[in-house]
Design a protein around this ligand. Structure first.
Ligand SMILES: C[S@@+](CC[C@H](N)C(=O)[O-])C[C@H]1O[C@@H](n2cnc3c(N)ncnc32)[C@H](O)[C@@H]1O
Length: 246
């Protein structure tokens, strides 16, 4: 079967699973499985036990090169899910924290050990300014609800001199367009940006951006200069009552 047919089959299955989920759960349960108020259905908790059997392992060697880890680094994996990616870096850094809205995905991560894991959204990171020398967001940015706000939060919790690596599927590729269609049919409300549109979210004075591409993905490396103070995100004050960790 071609890539295209596989993607369409996945899309249809996703749509059916979502519809079955909606039709079989009672309203209170539907509410409690939502990690954020505007998330209608937590698709990832549903697939969490099977996730790593279906999604291929990451190219840890390539990501390690992009991240340039040092032993003392604190690593934050935003939208890190089951720890599919950051589990490979447990020996590279001092600590790893996985943050994700999906409790089912986090449960899988915690079962592996070696991580701290927290339930939360990229748009409201529960960490103090500059708490992490390295941050990764692998295949998760397009799932965030408010991309501008999430970008501001990623920059805020990145330490001066720190590095953020974002991996995204390149929506200019045909097979990624099919995946995007599948996610739309599955009511996932994801939004994919082409590389230069993603870069605009991080276009802050002093912040250095490097783009690497290898179809069907691209990587944006965001480097905060050592003397950099935390850029403010206009219009988004800290959420009252947010607990700051790290
Ligand atoms: C495609 S999975 C990728 C998981 C992991 N990074 C990997 O590569 O295996 C996307 C993840 O982003 C999480 N996610 C979606 N929206 C989020 C948000 N607003 N904040 C944090 N995580 C989010 C999902 O729950 C899911 O675990």
């Amino acid at each position: 079967m071609s890539n295209g047919l596989i993607a369409v089959a996945i899309a249809l299955c996703g749509f059916l699973v979502t519809m079955i989920g909606y039709s079989t759960v009672s309203p209170p349960w539907r509410l409690t499985i939502s990690a954020t108020p505007d998330l209608p259905f937590d698709h990832f908790s549903l697939v969490a036990p099977l996730y790593e059997r279906v999604i291929r392992p990451p190219d840890a060697h390539w990501l390690r090169e992009l991240c340039a880890f040092e032993p003392g680094h604190r690593l934050l994996d935003v939208g890190g899910g089951t720890g599919r990616v950051s589990q490979h870096f447990r020996g590279d850094v001092a600590s790893i924290c996985i943050l994700d809205v999906s409790v089912g995905m986090l449960r899988e991560a915690l079962s592996k050990g070696g991580f701290c894991a927290g339930s939360g959204a990229a748009e409201w990171l529960p960490f103090r300014d500059g708490a992490f020398e390295r941050i990764i967001a692998i295949d998760s940015f397009h799932h965030f609800r408010n991309h501008r706000r999430a970008a501001g939060e990623l920059l805020r919790v990145l330490a001066p001199g720190g590095r953020l690596v974002i991996e995204e599927p390149d929506i200019r590729r045909f097979r990624v367009k099919l995946v995007a269609l599948g996610e739309t049919l599955a009511l996932m409300r994801s939004h994919f940006y082409p590389p230069h549109a993603l870069m605009r979210f991080f276009d802050v004075p002093g912040v250095q951006l490097t783009l690497r591409e290898s179809s069907p993905n691209f990587w944006l490396v965001v480097e905060k200069p050592p003397e950099h103070h935390t850029p403010t995100v206009p219009g988004y004050p800290k959420k009252p009552g947010t607990v700051l960790l790290g």
